[in-house]
Ligand binder design. Structure first.
Ligand SMILES: Nc1ncnc2c1ncn2[C@@H]1O[C@H](COP(=O)(O)OP(=O)(O)OP(=O)(O)O)[C@@H](O)[C@H]1O
Length: 250
């Protein structure tokens, strides 16, 4: 049994079908990438899984139980946490306070929550910065704090939404180390990311959405060569041009 099994997930906004009958499985211990052009439905699918929206149709099963339509906090308590594309920490709170607030989800024992928060800060490389106000962190540190905040809830499945956006090469490499370490510690990861180099470096499976539909699912090297995926990213005309120039090559 997969840790996460999404079947036929559908979400409409008025006349727009943002996520259209999508099936997705994530096996425990994996790092799966969810990619696709702008507006493909990636964040909406994350929202369906993490409980921001209930699906209009289909089901989301986490660890053998349906979580479709449950409150986001209940889903998080069950061990599924997410990050947000744009971290918005309270600038007047410290790193430790921010992560501790998330860790309090599992009970009101402040000492235990702080202990979990210190561990989460260390896991994302913010050790030594526990007492720093989040408002004075760099963008890259805020991105790692966002991962740390999610880790404070002690998830078994972590949904990462563009945690590498806006980072330079050294910062991306550091984030990749954080993600690999998490896998080593038994956290399963599903990540949405536009940085393809980073995606290729860290995932063991890729799922591609286009206009709300799943168009590919498989090993990263095979998926990026899939003509349907190339067409989705480049558009019909540019993809045809690329095919012509490939054919002309000796
Ligand atoms: N709350 C909403 N109300 C109405 N339309 C929405 C809402 N959220 C998303 N959409 C629409 O649903 C479609 C999918 O959006 P979504 O944000 O899921 O795509 P995405 O793949 O995450 O895009 P990006 O890579 O640009 O973040 C888009 O057409 C978007 O405009």
């Amino acid at each position: 049994m997969s840790l996460l099994e999404v079947t036929g997930a559908t979400k409409r906004f008025g006349g727009l079908v943002a996520v259209n009958a999508v099936d997705l499985r994530v096996e425990a211990g994996g790092i799966v990438g969810l990619i696709g052009p702008n507006g493909a439905g990636k964040t909406t699918l994350f929202n369906l899984i993490a409980g921001a929206f209930a699906p209009d149709a289909g089901d989301v099963v986490f660890d053998g139980r349906s979580i479709a339509g449950l409150h986001a906090a209940t889903i998080c308590e069950r061990g599924l946490a997410r990050t947000f594309q744009i971290p918005q920490p309270f600038g007047s709170m410290t790193v430790l306070e921010t992560i501790t607030t998330a860790a309090l989800l599992h009970g009101r024992h402040i000492g235990r929550a702080e202990q979990a928060a210190r561990l989460a800060a260390e896991r994302v490389g913010l050790q030594g910065r526990e007492d720093v106000l989040t408002g004075s962190l760099t963008n890259a540190q805020k991105k790692r704090l966002e991962v740390g905040r999610a880790l404070g809830t002690m998830p078994r499945l972590l949904l990462l939404d563009e945690v590498m956006a806006g980072l330079n090469a050294a910062e991306v490499s550091r984030m990749l180390d954080v993600i690999r370490r998490l896998r080593g510690e038994g956290v399963t990861v599903l990540l949405v990311e536009h940085n393809m180099e980073a995606v290729m470096a860290v995932t063991d499976r890729l799922v591609v959405l286009d206009s709300g539909r799943k168009i590919a699912d498989g090993p990263p090297l095979e998926v990026v060569e899939d003509p349907q995926v190339i067409r989705a990213y480049l558009g019909e005309d540019d993809a045809a041009e690329l095919e012509d120039s490939d054919a002309e090559r000796p």
